[in-house]
Design a protein around this ligand. Structure first.
Ligand SMILES: *[C@@H]1O[C@H](CO)[C@@H](O)[C@H](O)[C@H]1NC(C)=O
Ligand SMILES: *[C@@H]1O[C@H](CO)[C@@H](O)[C@H](O)[C@H]1NC(C)=O
Ligand SMILES: *[C@@H]1O[C@H](CO)[C@@H](O)[C@H](O)[C@H]1NC(C)=O
Ligand SMILES: *[C@@H]1O[C@H](CO)[C@@H](O)[C@H](O)[C@H]1NC(C)=O
Length: 329
């Protein structure tokens, strides 16, 4: 038999063969399932395996290129971006359009770099929002925890679930989204936030169980940074404390592993941001300025739960919607 005939047979087999994973790929997937505690019924398994291998290919192609950040497999690797979005991000645009903020710029330079994690015991360990669009509550607690710690030297862990359950009157929507600035307003007018220990996180909508006598954190004022004033954000983080902000998560971000995230194709406006996080510092690497950001997808995601994102370009709308609280201490 000549080569031409063999090729013809191979061409006939190819469409079917393309769906058959190699033994090696399947082994990798099974190890990943074990590590990530995943079980599927037999009907779902082939679809998950296919999604996983598609993600793996995307990660390998990205890492073979010349990029400022690397991708890697993580707890989201069996999800399509559409599924990921539904589970972890906001479903509808939030009202983050404080075009004119009340943050007062001062004279004098901000530090060239800062990392509040290294300046003292000012940042709580990375938490995990689970399958609930409650990122905004983690950005809020993280910011207030750090502001209180910097003001008093006492690092508390605060209750996201209270914000999920109780902050609706301030345009927040539990597991369906909300904004740190609106959550700070809630804490201010509600007169307090309870601790993680007395109001534990459950990753689902619930009824409000706030007990005023158990409140341990209080807000005196809410500072909004003027829309797109990224220098204002630098000054706030450099001279005051970590700052809550929102940005647009796109499909490549869910695979982030390490390095300075940058994306020429994401949106930059407040109506497109879909995830809130916490800037705990900033710096510069090989001429690229970046933010150091605390996420709420657990300590196994990204750089021990953190990521770096390019600074100075309103990357993915990160300067569209930034704020922090002034704690009452
Ligand atoms: C990689 O990208 C950087 C920044 O865009 C560029 O300066 C550098 O020359 C590129 N290196 C290669 C090997 O393409
Ligand atoms: C935006 O604000 C308006 C007016 O306060 C409110 O009715 C609407 O529900 C808000 N939208 C969101 C997504 O919070
Ligand atoms: C959670 O509750 C809010 C109202 O408090 C509602 O708007 C939202 O749809 C709920 N989300 C889920 C996922 O149940
Ligand atoms: C800050 O933003 C929140 C919500 O986005 C808003 O309710 C509040 O009025 C703003 N505060 C100031 C002083 O502009």
């Amino acid at each position: 038999m000549g080569c031409a005939a063999l090729l013809a047979v191979a061409a006939l087999l190819a469409p079917a063969a393309a769906w058959a994973p190699s033994a090696e790929d399947e082994l990798l997937f099974k190890a990943w399932m074990l590590q990530n505690n995943r079980r599927y019924d037999p009907g779902e398994y082939p679809r998950r395996l296919r999604t996983f291998l598609g993600n793996k290919r995307q990660i390998e192609e990205h890492n073979a290129g010349n990029h400022s950040y690397q991708m890697g497999l993580n707890q989201f690797s069996d999800l399509t971006f559409a599924e990921f979005k539904k589970l972890f991000l906001w479903r509808e645009p939030q009202n983050c359009s404080a075009t004119k903020g009340n943050f007062l710029r001062s004279s004098g330079p901000s530090p060239d770099s800062i990392d509040w994690r290294k300046k003292g015991n000012y940042v709580t360990p990375v938490k995990n929002q689970g399958p609930c669009g409650s990122c905004w509550t983690f950005s809020t607690t993280g910011c207030l925890e750090s502001a209180i710690a910097i003001a008093t030297g006492k690092l508390l862990s605060l209750a996201e679930q209270q914000l999920v359950d109780c902050a609706q009157a301030f345009n927040n929507h539990g597991c369906s989204g909300g904004l740190p600035s609106q959550a700070f307003e809630y804490i201010l007018y509600n007169k307090g936030l309870m601790g993680e220990d007395t109001y534990p996180y459950r990753a689902e909508n619930g009824t409000c169980k706030f007990q005023p006598e158990k409140a341990i954190a209080f807000v005196k004022d809410v500072i909004n940074i003027t829309q797109y004033d990224e220098d204002g954000m630098v000054e706030a983080v450099g001279k005051h404390n970590p700052v809550s902000f929102a940005f647009e998560v796109t499909s490549n971000f869910m695979h982030y592993r390490k390095g300075v995230y940058s994306n020429p194709r994401c949106e930059h406006t407040p109506d497109k941001v879909n995830h809130a996080v916490l800037a705990v510092g900033y710096g510069e690497e090989n001429g690229t300025p970046y933010w150091i950001v605390k996420n709420s997808w657990g300590p196994l995601w990204g750089m021990e739960g953190y990521f770096l994102i390019e600074r100075g370009k309103n990357m993915c709308g990160l300067a569209a919607c930034a704020s922090y609280p002034v704690p009452q201490v």
